[in-house]
Ligand binder design. Structure first.
Ligand SMILES: C[S@@+](CC[C@H](N)C(=O)[O-])C[C@H]1O[C@@H](n2cnc3c(N)ncnc32)[C@H](O)[C@@H]1O
Length: 208
């Protein structure tokens, strides 16, 4: 197995492992902040044909626009199972698939909008994943990302870099990703970045 595939497998297994406790782990912060930020992101969605990348257990389901045609992918089988159960429980119309964002099985220019919330902190090769997002999104289509990123404050950034190896091994996400820059490097046209909290949580609005 190639080294990059081994890394992807390791991270995928981490998400399989935390899937049963993921909702519980995030329940407080979900109620305190994340829920509001999801609402803000989904209020900006304009197209009908939507791809959600890394939907996890399906926390964005309540915000899907009523008339939208949504496909949602995740590479973790256990996350996918939870999302399926949630979709059935709440009657959410969504096409759920197991796929790796680094290697999407969709044609070029398929979606009007691509959304991801707290995903590119975990994707093993985020630039490759973001390039795939740009490829499957129609030219000029919306790419909306809710992400935590490395702080611009040098002391905080030093501490985040220091803590990252332990946290990412235990939980999955990296706390030192430069997702705004990664989006630009991947060819997306970043049109707006809203700071949601502490210079770390960002809403990134881009065009493919
Ligand atoms: C921190 S969770 C966020 C889940 C969900 N988006 C939310 O807002 O609650 C990150 C999710 O991204 C998924 N993920 C990470 N890398 C991925 C990849 N390469 N392809 C597809 N999904 C991926 C993980 O399996 C996990 O479900």
């Amino acid at each position: 197995m190639k080294a990059e595939n081994r890394t992807t497998e390791t991270i995928r297994k981490r998400y399989d492992r935390i899937a049963p406790v993921y909702d519980l782990m995030e329940s407080l912060v979900e109620r305190w902040r994340f829920g509001k930020w999801r609402e803000l992101l989904w209020s900006k969605v304009e197209g009908k044909k939507i791809l959600e990348v890394g939907m996890g257990t399906g926390k964005n389901f309540p915000y899907y626009p009523a008339e939208a045609e949504v496909t949602a992918i995740d590479f973790s089988e256990k996350m996918l199972r939870r999302a399926r159960a949630r979709a059935e429980r709440y009657g959410v119309k969504v096409n759920l698939q197991r796929q790796d964002v680094q290697d999407l099985r969709f044609d070029d220019n398929t979606f009007d909008v691509v959304v991801a919330t707290f995903v590119f902190c975990s994707v093993p090769d985020p630039i490759r994943g973001l390039r795939e997002v740009g490829r499957v999104c129609k030219p000029g289509g919306q790419v909306l990302l809710l992400e935590h990123v490395l702080s611009a404050n040098s002391i905080l950034a030093f501490l985040m870099n220091l803590a990252n190896p332990i946290l990412s091994r235990a939980m999955g996400p990296n706390i030192n990703r430069r997702t705004v820059q990664n989006a630009a490097i991947s060819g997306l046209k970043v049109e707006g970045v809203t700071d949601l909290a502490a210079g770390i949580f960002k809403l990134i609005e881009a065009k493919a």
